[in-house]
Design a protein around this ligand. Structure first.
Ligand SMILES: O=P(O)(O)OC[C@H](O)CO
Length: 404
C-alpha cells in the first residue's frame, strides 16, 4: 500500500503544552510498563555534537574526578585522542582515584599496547569483555557495544562515540566522523552506572568497593529520562521493545539517524507500517563514506519496500554518519549506542537514553535538519533503475545479514 500524505508536523509554537505533556506521558507509561524500568525526573542533559564538543567535555570531567571514574567503550583504536584518554585515566589513577576501564575484546583490539601498559602501571583497572579467542563461537558474536563514562557518580556520558582519531574534529571531511553524545547530570546517571556495572561484573570479581558512595541525586534539570539496556540474548529484548514503542506511538514524525541500517524483516515492515498510517518517517544513513559496506548493502536491499511505503531515505555526504538518534513528534528522543541493525537489536550489549523533553528533542531535531542539508535523498524512480551490479552486491551479502 502506498502511504497517504503524512500528517503535518506541528511547530513548537502550535504544539500546546498540554498536548506535548500528553504525548510524553503516553510514551513514558508505555516504556515503563513494557520495559519495567522507571523513568527518572530532574535530569540535566547536554547534547554534544562531534569530537570537538564531545571529547573536551569528557576529558574535563575525567581530569576533575575526585572519587571514581568508570568508562566502557566498544572502539578504542589509535590517534592523539586515544593517547589523551589513556593519559587522563592514568593520571587520575596515579592520584589515588579508582579508575576502571572496560574494553570490548573485539572492538578495542586495536588499542596500542603501550597505552595499556601505562594505564596498568598507573593503577587503572582494565578489564576485557569477551576476548574472542577465549570464547565459544556463540559468545564471540555477542559484543559489549555500550559507550559510557561515569565520573564521581554525578556525571555520565553516553552516545555513539568511539575513542579513535576518526571521531575527532567536527565532521569536516571523511577522516572525521559525524556523531552525537550526551552529558547527563541527575538521577539518570544511576542507570548508566548500572549498565557499566552489569558488564563489569562479568569481567571482574569486584563489583563495588568502599570508594562507591551511592549518593542521593538532587534534581539538576527538567528532563525525564529512562535508561534502557539491551543485552545479548536469544529472543526478544528490551532494545527491540524500546524502538517498537517509539515507532508504534509516533503520530506525526519518526526520525532515525544511524550508522548501520540492516534490521530484520520485522522492523522493516514496522517502518513501512508507520509510514503507511500517515507518520512522516525519515531515515538518515551514511552515503559514500561508510566503514562497513556489507552492512550498507544489506540495508539497501530494503530501500525499495521502504520507498514504496513512503519512507524518506537520505544519505549523508560529507563523512561517515555515526550518530544513533531517534526523535518522535518533537517530544521524545533516543540517543545512545544502538544502531538500527541486527547486531544492536539482537546480539550486543547496548545502552540507550529514552528522553522525554521538548528542548532536548528540539536540539536533536535542529542538528538533524542541518544534517539533512548535507544529505542526498534516495529517489524512488532512480533507485528502481539501479544497476544490476548493485542488485547483485545486495544479494551477495544475504548470508551475512543476521550478523550485521
Ligand atoms: O559499532 P559502532 O557503531 O560503535 O561503530 C564502530 C565502528 O564503526 C566499527 O567499524
Amino acid at each position: 500500500m502506498i502511504a497517504s500524505t503524512p500528517a503535518p508536523v506541528s511547530t513548537a509554537q502550535d504544539t500546546g503544552g498540554s498536548e506535548a505533556a500528553a504525548r510524553k506521558q503516553r510514551i513514558r507509561r508505555r516504556l515503563e510498563r513494557l520495559i519495567g524500568v522507571a523513568a527518572t525526573e530532574g535530569n540535566e542533559l547536554r547534547v554534544l555534537r562531534n569530537g570537538d564538543e564531545i571529547f573536551p567535555a569528557m576529558l574535563e570531567q575525567v581530569r576533575a574526578a575526585e572519587h571514581t571514574v568508570d568508562m566502557m567503550t566498544f572502539v578504542y583504536w589509535r590517534g592523539e585522542i586515544a593517547r589523551e584518554f589513556a593519559a587522563a585515566l592514568a593520571e587520575r589513577a596515579a592520584a589515588g582515584i579508582r579508575v576502571r576501564l572496560l574494553l570490548d575484546g573485539f572492538g578495542a583490539s586495536r588499542i596500542e599496547p603501550h597505552l595499556l601498559n601505562a594505564m596498568d602501571a598507573a593503577g587503572v583497572q582494565v578489564a576485557w569483555f569477551r576476548k574472542p579467542l577465549l570464547l565459544s563461537p556463540f559468545k564471540q558474536n555477542h559484543r559489549c557495544h555500550r559507550k559510557a563514562l561515569i565520573v564521581d557518580e554525578t556525571t555520565a556520558f553516553t552516545g555513539g562515540v568511539g575513542i579513535a582519531e576518526e571521531w575527532s574534529g567536527d565532521a569536516q571531511d571523511p577522516g572525521h566522523w559525524r556523531d552525537t553524545h550526551v552529558q547527563v547530570r541527575g538521577p539518570a546517571v544511576d542507570g548508566i552506572a548500572a549498565a557499566f556495572a552489569q558488564n563489569w561484573a562479568e569481567c571482574h570479581d569486584v563489583l563495588f568497593d568502599d570508594r562507591d558512595r551511592f549518593i542521593e541525586h538532587t534534581p539538576r534539570g527538567e528532563a525525564v529520562v529512562q535508561v534502557v539496556r539491551g543485552s545479548a540474548s536469544i529472543g526478544w529484548q528490551d532494545m527491540q521493545t524500546l524502538i517498537r514503542v517509539m515507532l508504534t506511538t509516533a503520530q506525526h514524525r519518526f526520525r532515525l539517524a544511524t550508522a548501520y541500517f540492516a534490521p530484520d524483516d520485522y522492523f522493516i515492515e514496522l517502518l513501512c507500517d508507520t509510514a503507511r498510517r500517515g507518520v512522516q518517517v525519515q531515515i538518515l544513513l551514511p552515503g559514500p563514506h561508510t566503514d562497513q559496506r556489507a552492512c550498507q548493502l544489506a540495508g539497501q536491499h530494503h530501500y525499495a519496500a521502504l520507498l514504496a511505503a513512503g519512507v524518506d531515505i537520505r544519505q549523508y555526504q560529507p563523512t561517515m554518519m555515526h550518530a544513533k538518534i531517534i526523535t518522535v513528534d518533537q517530544v521524545a528522543s533516543l540517543v545512545g549506542s544502538t544502531n538500527f541493525n541486527r547486531r544492536s537489536l539482537d546480539h550486543d550489549e547496548e545502552i540507550m537514553l529514552a528522553v522525554l523533553d521538548e528542548g532536548f528533542t528540539a536540539t536533536l531535531d535542529d542538528h538533524y535538519d542541518q544534517d539533512l542539508e548535507r544529505s542526498e535523498p534516495i529517489d524512488p524512480a532512480r533507485w528502481s533503475h539501479r544497476p544490476t551490479s548493485q542488485r547483485l552486491r545486495e544479494l551477495a551479502v544475504t548470508p551475512l545479514r543476521r550478523f550485521l
